[in-house]
Design a protein around this ligand. Sequence first.
Ligand code: HEC
Length: 138
Amino acid sequence: MRARLLAGCVFIAGMSAIGAQAQDTSFGQRVYQDKADCKFCHGPEADGRGDPRSPGAAPNLHKTILDKAQAIEVIACGRPGTEMPHFDKYAYDDDTPCYGMKEKDVGKDKPPDPHSTPLTKREIEAVVDYLIATFVGK
Ligand code: HEC
């Protein structure tokens, strides 16, 4: 009886480990490819080959060396002085400074609003999980 119970526990533990590996990134995929239209600049394969009408210079994300937290920050805050938009609607507000900067500090270098739509924190995290699982380092 005891052994059986133990075997059951091991089985359940094993299943949840498998579940953690085969992460479902379909939500993040929809954010990247559709809702936020990241592909317009970075390309559907995230290799930097975006739409010819995009401003260009969007990097190949397979080669990024950013970790998860850094990627989240870049997407929420954009990159000052570049075409990378800020997807957090409140970025650079007094309560949500970015890279230690508020509106008055970033000035005219404030990254543009997205041409698509702002994203929630949850959507930004999901898009980063999708990038890491699908493209980064591959
Ligand atoms: C209007 C074009 C445009 C759109 C839309 C856009 N990006 Fe970017 N992105 C850029 C550019 C340009 C850079 C490079 C900025 C720089 O020179 O530092 C960049 C940089 C990045 C970086 C930093 C890469 C690195 O290694 O430094 C990440 C991550 C990123 N973008 C993800 C995204 C995601 C995810 C989306 C959608 C939610 C998105 N981008 C939408 C143009 C865009």
